[in-house]
Design a binder for this molecule. Structure first.
Ligand code: 5GP
Ligand code: ZN
Length: 135
């Protein structure tokens, strides 16, 4: 008899899924609190199926992620009016900073003044490159 799918034993997010740690689920995806949040409310949107990164996610998983992210954004805005922006992003590969090799999308709430000069946002993935000064 085929064993039921139980995810990858050594994968942090598969363990979270099995332990029922999701704060929200939507069909093929779930949201979890990030253990080391960049800002208060930092969430990770994760496919229930183990797969290495965003490029391996199915169209269905990507579509469910978008729906879940939009619902979470509404919920966060209602609950916390200090949230005035978001960073949404994914790291693909160790070179790009990925540390957990189960696909996930970061949803990072932002608030006015949470950093001195927010200009450039996700450009900050390379130290010193976030801000820019067109001539
Ligand atoms: P990545 O660096 O792969 O894009 O994101 C992995 C995320 O998982 C990070 O934002 C990090 O805070 C979170 N994370 C990594 N290891 C642990 C852990 O052991 N416990 C918890 N709660 N979160 C973790
Ligand atoms: Zn996994």
């Amino acid at each position: 008899m085929e064993r039921p799918y139980d995810g990858h034993t050594n994968c942090l997010f598969c363990r979270w899924i099995r332990a029922g740690k999701a704060v929200e689920t939507l069909d093929t995806v779930a949201a979890f609190d990030d253990g080391f949040p960049v800002t208060a409310g930092h969430l990770l949107i994760v496919p229930l199926r183990h797969t290495a990164d965003w490029l391996f996610m199915t169209r269905r998983e990507i579509s469910d992620s978008e729906t879940l992210i939009r619902a979470l954004v509404e919920k966060i805005r209602l609950r916390d009016p200090s949230v005035t922006g978001f960073n949404i992003g994914t790291n693909i590969g160790a070179s790009a900073g990925q540390t957990v090799f189960h696909a996930h999308i970061h949803l990072i709430p932002r608030r006015d003044g949470d950093t001195a000069s927010p200009e450039g946002g996700v450009r900050g993935v390379v130290d010193g490159k976030r801000g820019y000064h067109p001539s």
